[in-house]
Design a protein around this ligand. Structure first.
Ligand code: DGY
Length: 323
């Protein structure tokens, strides 16, 4: 008999076919996230679940007594209650590597869009306001090439950002990380800085931290005050690593120049969030990995982890805290 699994979101047919070869499966194909009451029914007798950024809580695990593996279709697994999963011997997996380039591309999209005010001027042209030659300072932006980029949290995605910054834009790159990355320092000439020095020296500050208890609100009032007054702040990691109230104040008080945000403390972002009203802030709906190819690769990787976990093999991408 094939092991039973549940897939909590629609996935490409080829990935579904792969799962079907190995598992007896059900899949949620409704619009939006599966309602909790449905989810509890579906997971009651499954050994595996594939879920987008699932909140795997004590409550969730209590509804899935036969569960062996949770395969997260995302690299971030801040929704995992690691202790509860350990206590029940539930394996947790994620999808590293396959999204690194796509997220790094988006980081650069936000760097360019904020500094050269692309969204603002797109509106300007489309609203028919371009009726004189542009010789005025009011259209000035900020150069990206050869500027100083500071990366807080130099993991796999940060490394891809470094390549783009160094090879594509000739930038001076600083980083702050728990551990030194000597190979990257050697290969690309990136320079390690303590947090304060990085904030003081960078024209662009990119935060790429995973969300953990230690990184919650790692960037707050004190950090914004240390940044240059014309610094651009970019976050494509998790909203909660930034104290959003402090970010709003820093923008309102002109302590920094602009921000490019793919993530928010509350998602979906609330309509009354002041960030949505600011011309110098670009806001995206958490689309870092959202390209057709990357989402396919993430789904396939998650499927491989799921199948391995329910067929007695070791999944290739168990999260480090559960290895
Ligand atoms: C992830 O995989 O954690 C990204 O945030 C996905 O969008």
């Amino acid at each position: 008999m094939k092991p039973k699994v549940f897939i909590a979101k629609p996935i490409p047919q080829e990935v579904e076919d792969f799962i079907a070869e190995h598992c007896d499966y059900k899949i949620w194909k409704g619009n939006g996230p599966i309602p909790e009451s449905e989810l509890w029914k579906e997971i009651a007798d499954v050994e595996g679940i594939m879920t987008p950024k699932g909140m795997i809580t004590e409550d969730f695990l209590g509804h899935a007594p036969k569960l062996k593996v949770v395969s997260n279709i995302a690299v971030g697994y801040d929704g995992f209650d690691i202790e509860a999963m350990k206590a029940r011997n539930v394996i947790g997996t994620h999808t590293p590597y396959v999204l690194d380039d796509s997220v790094a591309d988006l980081v650069f999209g936000l760097i360019l869009a904020t500094s050269r005010r692309i969204v603002e001027f797109n509106q300007y042209v489309k609203e028919g306001k371009w009726n004189h030659h542009l010789d005025s300072q009011e259209f000035f932006g900020k150069d990206v090439h050869h500027a100083t980029l500071g990366i807080i949290g130099l993991g796999r995605i940060g490394e891809k950002v470094v390549r783009r910054a160094k090879l594509g834009f000739g930038m001076n790159v600083l980083y702050h990380n728990r551990s030194r990355k000597l190979e990257l320092e050697e290969e690309y000439g990136v320079l390690y800085r303590d947090m304060n020095a990085l904030l003081e020296e960078s024209d662009f500050v990119v935060v790429m931290l995973p969300l953990t208890e230690a990184t919650y609100h790692a960037i707050g009032q004190e950090q914004f005050k240390s940044m240059k007054r014309d610094a651009v702040f970019i976050n494509c990691s998790r909203g909660q690593v930034v104290d959003e109230v402090a970010l709003i104040a820093a923008l309102e008080n002109k302590e920094i120049l602009a921000a490019g945000l793919d993530v928010f403390e509350i998602e979906p972002v609330l309509n009354n969030n002041p960030l949505l009203k600011m011309d110098n802030v670009i806001t995206l709906p958490h689309i870092g990995s959202c390209t057709e190819d990357t989402r396919f690769d993430m789904a396939m990787k998650a499927a491989e982890n799921l199948v391995a976990g329910v067929t007695g093999q070791t999944p290739p991408n168990i999260v480090k805290e559960l290895q």
